[in-house]
Design a protein around this ligand. Structure first.
Ligand code: PEP
Length: 249
């Protein structure tokens, strides 16, 4: 049985003060009746602050990106070993905003994925199609190619204990959500792809849905058999909304 994971992606938001308040609000509202593990992916600069705030908490710390390099002349970058020093348990890779705004290729995403694995950090591999690709009917091909880039580079075993987040680009930050059936269809196709390599990995990999998930639509999405949680952007910035999504799990 796969554990549900609700992960917040704070993106480029927050201040020291607002983050402390947000975490206090989430921590105060979490309770044992919630059937989900919870993580927050903080901007790099706030990782140490969040690490301290989450000491003795059940909430896991995550980051939003990682360097494809281990060390050296890469100004502005942060390596997987640096994240590991600050107890990061999760890190997003290949978020569509990184792919589109920073022109990250599938190959680069695969390298970042491996950097995280090598440091014992769980990569959350973000995949998803643009609206144009959905309209062309190539959604499953696009997602398959994004996942195969990791498998081809590092083998299926790299996906052991990793997380995949299916995030249709047209649903991220737009208020437009995939219907539960649309999301389930893609999630099931991801599971079939994994199964063609390794049955156990297919059965155990958590596949999250991301794209305007909110308290109103979370229950229906999370009720689908192959949706194992959510990657939450906008709604993770308000404790009440984030908690309502955790409650829906
Ligand atoms: C995201 O950034 O991963 C995301 C899903 O954002 P939002 O929930 O705001 O659509």
């Amino acid at each position: 049985m796969r554990q549900t994971l609700i992960a917040g992606n704070w993106k480029l938001n927050g201040t020291k003060q607002s983050i402390i308040e947000l975490l206090a609000g989430i921590s105060a509202g979490l309770n044992n009746s919630m059937n989900a593990s919870v993580a927050v992916c903080a901007p790099y600069i706030y990782v140490p602050l969040v690490e301290t705030a989450l000491k003795d908490s059940d909430i896991s710390l995550g980051a939003q990106d990682v360097s494809a390099h281990t060390s050296g002349a890469y100004t502005g970058e942060v390596s997987a070993s640096m994240l590991a020093e600050f107890s990061c348990e999760y890190c997003l890779v290949g978020h569509s905003e990184r792919r589109s705004l920073h022109i990250e290729t599938d190959a680069e995403v695969a390298t970042k994925f491996k950097m995280l694995k090598d440091q014992g950090i769980t990569p959350v591999l973000c995949v998803g199609e643009s609206l144009e690709e959905r309209d062309q009917g190539v959604t499953e091909d696009v997602v398959k190619q994004q996942i195969l880039a990791v498998i081809d580079a590092h083998g299926i075993s790299a996906l052991e204990n990793a997380v995949i987040a299916y995030e249709p680009v047209w649903a991220i930050g737009t208020g437009r959500t995939a219907t539960p059936d649309q999301a389930q269809e893609v999630h099931a196709s991801i599971r079939v792809l994994l199964e063609s390599f390794d049955k156990t990995i297919a059965e155990t990999t958590q596949i999250l849905y991301g794209g305007s998930m909110n308290p109103a639509n979370a229950s229906a999405l999370l009720a689908m058999p192959d949706i194992d949680g959510g990657l939450i952007g906008g709604a993770s910035l308000k404790a009440d909304d984030f908690l309502a999504i955790c409650q829906a799990a």
